[in-house]
Design a protein around this ligand. Structure first.
Ligand SMILES: [Zn+2]
Length: 177
């Protein structure tokens, strides 16, 4: 990313910063693991929609799995399955933002911006909708993260430049005052 692009990103980030500051993502990521009768971990349970859970939904998730098993609707096949426990992912790094499977809030992780889908998504949001969406703290937070991510800046400088231009063009309310 060149200097000009970097300045554009900084200016755009400053515009969404206030809205973004109203959002605080969850801090801990848990994932369900099947355990056997001895309490040994058998396998990570990946296919469920509840495969990432935040700290606030921990207890609810444990109850959910228990209810699923009791009702016989838990489709995980394993002969020695004795229960499900939730393990914490201590230093998660992912290609994309992680959401809690229960409350849908963002769980703060180290996002490696290998793909540009998230940036592309915000570039493609309709111009009539975009300023309104930037008033949603969660959306503003995501966009602020993208604009200030060293990883994203290095890998997707041109996409970020387009996104920054869009923000400066559509969301800079100081222009209208
Ligand atoms: Zn949650």
């Amino acid at each position: 990313m060149n200097e000009e692009q970097k300045e554009l990103c900084e200016a755009a980030a400053a515009i969404v910063k206030e809205s973004a500051s109203l959002y605080s993502p969850k801090g801990r990521l848990y994932f369900p693991v099947a355990i056997d009768r001895q309490g040994n971990e058998i396998q990570e349970i990946e296919s469920d929609e509840q495969d990432t859970v935040c700290e606030d939904c921990y207890a609810e998730t444990v109850r959910w799995f228990r209810a699923q098993r009791k009702a016989g609707t838990f489709n995980y096949q394993c002969s020695d399955l004795a229960g499900i426990q939730l393990n914490e992912h201590t230093s998660p790094e992912t290609d994309d933002f992680k959401y809690c499977g229960f409350c849908q809030e963002i769980i703060y992780t180290g996002v490696l911006h290998t793909f540009s889908q998230e940036i592309d998504h915000w570039i493609e949001v309709d111009v009539d909708d975009f300023p309104r969406q930037m008033n949603f703290p969660k959306d503003a937070w995501l966009v602020h993260e993208l604009l200030t991510s060293a990883d994203a800046q290095q890998r997707h400088p041109d996409e970020l430049e387009i996104l920054a231009h869009k923000i400066l063009l559509l969301c800079d309310t100081s222009l209208f005052n």
